[in-house]
Design a protein around this ligand. Structure first.
Ligand code: DNO
Length: 348
């Protein structure tokens, strides 16, 4: 496995020198943040990120994300133009040596939580999702923690209105169309696409979500068979769906060569509804068996990119929600241990 660490570019409060000091981290996972979805990136911005990383001994092999515009997801005419822009951005990434691009196809909202500072018993705090609190959220008057409110209230209403006419089937067809369009470019440039699952893996505010479980993935890989059409195995996202068996998914899609990137983190189920709290990466005291997941990956030939995912706030840090330094660095240490052990076992 190749270990990466998310880096939000020059505005990240965590310097590359710190990232470099975390054992075994070889690449940053980053993006060009100065453009809106659907806009062309420029070569210089990518080259600058790459050069900054390189100066500190790090590669830039994973981009998370090239955002997919709502127009593409809605399948509009303007969306067709944005697909061309996406191809352009892919080519720029390839020229900069990028190997994997993580993206998602969630309408309007990326990840959703109901609090950014859930107080844990040990004194740390973390992101959490409460079923009951979510019921109280009014999408017409939205102030969700962590949501960057990139859409003004009117724009958001307009989007919700547009999506009210988009079924799961239609959204899926739009995803397949998008992938079929970009696959030749990915193949030509040797860039693997790794779709990020819905987080959490169910519909929200009546918006369709189509990358939530095994059935969704099977259908996606059948529709677009190229192996460049792959997955970000986000254990915390899939894992929040109580019917998802993440160990089995790791095993199955690693064997099929579909996992190009893995986000490893743990969660703790709360109550019997959809609620969960994000935990430190390790299995003890949490709901996902990380050792079994990593073993399933390794035994089935996974040799791709991995990064620790959201961390808690610990050691007095008040980091960017989910993306502070300390707990993610501990996550790296833990992930290194799991892989080292699983890889040694395999060689026996
Ligand atoms: C959250 C991340 C997601 C992810 C996107 C990929 O912390 O895992 O925001 O970057 O869904 O497009």
């Amino acid at each position: 496995m190749k270990l990466g660490f998310r880096w939000y570019g020059e505005n990240d409060s965590i310097p590359l020198t710190y990232i470099r000091e975390i054992p075994n981290v070889s690449t940053v996972v980053t993006s060009v943040y100065s453009y809106k979805p659907g806009e062309k990136w420029d070569k210089e911005s990518l080259e600058r990120l790459k050069a900054l990383a390189k100066e500190k001994g790090l590669a830039m092999e994973v981009i998370e994300s090239i955002p997919v515009s709502e127009e593409i997801k809605l399948g509009t005419e303007l969306g067709e133009k944005h697909i061309e822009v996406f191809k352009h951005n892919l080519r720029l990434c390839a020229e900069a040596g990028v190997k994997v691009v993580c993206y998602n196809f969630m309408p309007v909202f990326d990840w959703l939580r109901t609090t950014m500072h859930h107080q844990n018993e040990d004194g740390s705090n973390s992101l959490a999702y409460s079923y009951e609190d979510f019921l109280k959220v009014d999408p017409k008057n939205l102030h969700l923690p962590g949501w960057d409110e990139s859409y003004g209230p009117e724009e958001l209403q307009g989007l919700l209105e547009k999506y009210s006419k988009v079924s799961h089937e239609q959204l899926f067809a739009n995803l397949v169309h998008f992938l079929k369009e970009i696959m030749p470019v990915c193949e030509e440039c040797d860039i693997k696409m790794a779709i990020h699952p819905d987080d959490p893996p169910w519909d929200v505010f009546g918006l369709p979500r189509i990358v939530s479980n095994e059935e969704d993935l099977d259908r996606l890989f059948e529709a677009v068979p190229s192996l460049y059409n792959g997955l970000t195995l986000c254990t915390g996202s899939f894992g929040a769906g109580r019917k998802n068996n993440v160990i089995h998914m790791a095993e199955k899609y690693a064997k099929l060569g579909r996992i190009h990137f893995a986000h490893l983190r743990n969660i703790l189920f709360v109550g019997d509804k959809d609620s969960f709290v994000e935990m430190g990466h390790c299995s003890k005291g949490a709901s996902l068996d990380m050792a079994a997941i990593v073993t399933a990956l390794v035994e089935n030939g996974f040799d791709g990119y991995v990064r620790p995912d959201h961390g808690r706030n610990i050691f007095g840090e008040d980091g960017k929600p989910g993306y502070g330094l300390y707990d993610r660095a501990l996550g790296c240490a833990y992930i290194n241990g799991l892989f080292e052990m699983a890889e040694k076992e395999l060689k026996k």
